[in-house]
Design a binder for this molecule. Structure first.
Ligand SMILES: O=C[C@H](O)COP(=O)(O)O
Length: 270
């Protein structure tokens, strides 16, 4: 992360929890309540470090009720959305429904969607368009698999995903964009890319944004790292000047652990 001389963050860090296909709507209530209490106990400053959760679709109404009812500062979003707005798309969920449920963000292009649901660049591009149509911040996930990494092509591979996803959008349209670099080989495996790897790709993505748009835009966009982030490694991962937060999978299912990750500054000073 980059800070100014007075300790303010240049880009507000975001700690995002992707619950994946875990937690039903009853469990979601318990998890959000515990997370909110734990962060309150730690006097978490949400204006300084944003915290967001991405529960399954079926949990969103429960999370909305809790967040609105208890006036929580927690952000929440969905793990996917349809590129279409309505019609004969069995099983799909459009952006309008997510906005109506108070979602502010939506994950797009997660490697599990790319791999398991064969989502390619065109689908991901169309989903970003749909998110923007409905006032949702796209949290675009990019990253390479092990073979690409071993072939030394991780930077060009990841940057081509970024370029394909953003093609044709203006800087104004993408002003709230968040990008998460997630090396697929580090997801759910316990293998974490080192802080240098996270910084290498975050810096390369930022340079690509400067090339596609301009430096001002590139410097304003938050770039997260995802892949086996835990409270024990978050401080070092976020040490790189271009890494602005984390997209956390497994560790976000444990309220205390996720709260510790959101409180990463305490680990830095500890
Ligand atoms: O969306 C989150 C990432 O896939 C990381 O998952 P993980 O923290 O379980 O490795």
């Amino acid at each position: 992360m980059t800070t100014t001389q007075d300790g303010a963050f240049v880009r507000r860090p975001l700690i995002a929890g992707n619950w994946k296909m875990n937690m039903d709507h009853i469990q979601a209530i318990a998890l959000v309540q515990k997370l909110a209490w734990t962060l309150d106990d730690a006097s978490h400053d949400y204006d300084r470090v944003e915290v967001a959760v991405f529960p399954p679709f079926t949990d969103l109404r429960s999370v909305q009720t809790l967040v609105a009812g208890d006036k929580l500062s927690l952000l929440y979003g969905a793990q996917d959305l349809s590129s279409e707005d309505s019609g004969a798309y069995t099983g799909d969920i459009p952006g309008a429904f997510l906005s109506k449920l108070g979602c502010s963000q939506v994950l797009i292009g997660h490697s599990e969607r790319r791999e398991i649901h064969n989502e390619g660049d065109n689908v991901i591009h169309a989903k970003i368009e749909a998110a923007l149509r409905h006032g949702l911040t796209p949290l675009l996930c990019v990253g390479e698999g092990l073979e690409v990494r071993e072939a030394g092509e991780h930077v060009s591979h990841t940057l081509s995903q970024v370029e394909a996803a953003l093609k044709g959008f203006t800087a104004e349209e993408l002003s709230d964009l968040v990008i998460a670099y997630e090396p697929v080989w580090a997801i759910g495996t316990g293998k974490t890319a080192g802080p240098e790897d996270a910084q290498e790709l975050a810096e390369a993505i930022r340079a690509k944004l400067a090339e596609l748009y301009d430096k001002g835009f590139a410097d304003s966009i938050r770039i997260l790292y995802g892949g086996s982030v835990k409270s024990s490694n978050v401080a070092s991962i976020l040490g790189g000047p271009d890494v602005d937060g984390a997209l956390v999978g497994g560790a976000s299912l444990d309220a205390e652990e996720f709260a510790k990750i959101a409180q990463f500054e305490k680990h830095i000073s500890a």
